[in-house]
Design a protein around this ligand. Structure first.
Ligand SMILES: Cc1ncc(COP(=O)(O)O)c(C=O)c1O
Length: 407
């Protein structure tokens, strides 16, 4: 096969089909340009990006301030490794610690790496501070969890697609029903070091736990001397209308796992932020990453923090999300069983007898809106937080059309 110079869509898809591993099933659209909430395909067709790369594009495509921060840094210094200091890392750590109200920051790259780091920190803290017998630490996790794709992480997933076929699995994880604080209390034993939880489960379909769950979990962890590890890789940094999804219940985690939007949609940047008591258990040589804390990532991350600092982006986008959910619920589309929402993050649950969420995504794409299904029946929407009311209206009109036509 020859690949055309223009990268015409059919060629691009065919090349991926033939030579890429088939670990994704993308919608048949080939994007070549993006700005704000809009992306264009190779034929110049424009689409509203209602997925935002699973919230990695909370500030839209090529936000001018983020592009400027990256470009300036590209012109100075990109990578040092942690063998040397660089002039961005200290400021990034200080600013992220201040923004999150914590003591220390450990920078990594992908969300899964932040989760792995959180697991290592919790275990080490358990052995050194809590006195758990070596090799016996346990971490409680939730049904429906999605924390990434490493072998350790998929080992405690209850989604057969993520889990099956990749064993042997790492021991030391105990699964409890999501949203059930009593089940957490029962699962905690003398070797429990942490409770790893998504305050809103994104990949499971924007699942919001019952009111009071996070606060209950916080006090259970306090009583038992167990670390509350909030995976806010997807839910954090403004996506739910607040800085963190935990903020909705005024809950403070011991460790926050951050990723996605921290890289401004430009490069992968993740971090574990938390208390000195926990982060100080790591000593030189015990953990690290060649790219973690690189100056380019830190420069972009610092601008991300500045964009979020006064809370207005989160609050305003949250209000847009509230209005969008109210509008969708009021429409009472026969195909829609439920609309779940927190901030500008919506899970539209379709009835099983309706067309699948994948089919709904395809119809949306035909009308110029890119969204993604999850688990057959959920259409998930997470537009950039920078969307204007008019732009969102444009997308919601098309969504209304598609939902109305499903049944
Ligand atoms: C809650 C959560 N944690 C971790 C991850 C993994 O992030 P990454 O794909 O950057 O490894 C994801 C990705 O979707 C996520 O939603």
């Amino acid at each position: 096969m020859t690949i055309s110079q223009t990268g015409a869509p059919s060629d691009a898809i065919e090349a991926e089909e033939l030579h890429g591993a088939h670990n994704y099933a993308p919608l048949p659209v080939v994007l070549s340009h993006g700005e704000g909430v809009w992306v264009h395909d190779a034929d110049g067709r424009r689409y509203f990006d209602a997925l935002s790369a699973y919230s990695a594009l909370n500030f839209g495509h090529r936000h001018p301030r983020l592009v400027r921060a990256a470009t300036e840094q590209l012109g100075r210094l990109t990578l040092t490794s942690r063998a040397f200091h660089n002039d961005q890392l200290g400021a990034f750590c200080a600013e992220l610690a201040a923004f999150t109200g914590t003591d220390r920051v450990l920078p990594m790259n992908t969300g899964a790496e932040a989760v792995e780091t959180g697991i290592k920190l919790a275990r080490k803290w358990g052995y050194e501070r809590k006195g758990v017998e070596p090799g016996r630490a346990e971490i409680v996790v939730c049904t429906g969890n999605f924390h990434g794709r490493t072998t350790t992480i998929v080992g405690f997933s209850d989604d057969p697609l993520a889990h099956d076929g990749f064993g042997p699995y790492a021991p030391g994880f105990v699964l409890v029903p999501y949203g059930d604080a009593g089940a957490l209390r029962k699962a905690i034993g003398p070797n429990t070091v942490g409770f790893l939880v998504e305050p809103v489960q994104g990949e499971a379909g924007v699942i919001i736990p019952p009111d009071g769950y996070l606060a209950a979990v916080r006090s259970i962890c306090d009583e038992a001397g167990v670390l509350l590890i909030a995976d806010e890789v997807q839910s954090g940094l403004g996506r739910t209308g607040r800085r963190f999804a935990c903020d909705h219940e005024d809950v403070r985690a011991d460790l926050y796992l951050l990723g996605k939007a921290l890289g401004g949609g430009i490069l992968p940047v993740s971090a574990v932020v938390g208390t000195d008591e926990v982060l100080s258990v790591l000593r030189p040589g015990e953990h690290g990453s060649t790219f973690g804390g690189n100056p380019l990532a830190c420069a972009v991350g610092r601008e991300v923090i500045r964009l979020l600092a006064d809370g207005s982006l989160a609050a305003e986008s949250g209000a847009l999300g509230d209005a969008a959910a109210a509008r969708l619920r009021a429409a009472g589309h026969p195909a829609v069983r439920e609309v779940r929402q927190r901030g500008l993050w919506l899970g539209i649950e379709l009835f099983e007898h309706a067309p699948t969420a994948r089919q709904a995504s395809e119809r949306l794409m035909e009308r110029g809106v890119l969204a993604k299904d999850t688990h057959e029946t959920t259409l998930r929407l997470a537009p950039p937080l920078t969307v204007t009311p008019d732009e969102l209206d444009w997308a919601l009109e098309r969504l209304d059309d598609v939902l109305a036509g499903l049944l």
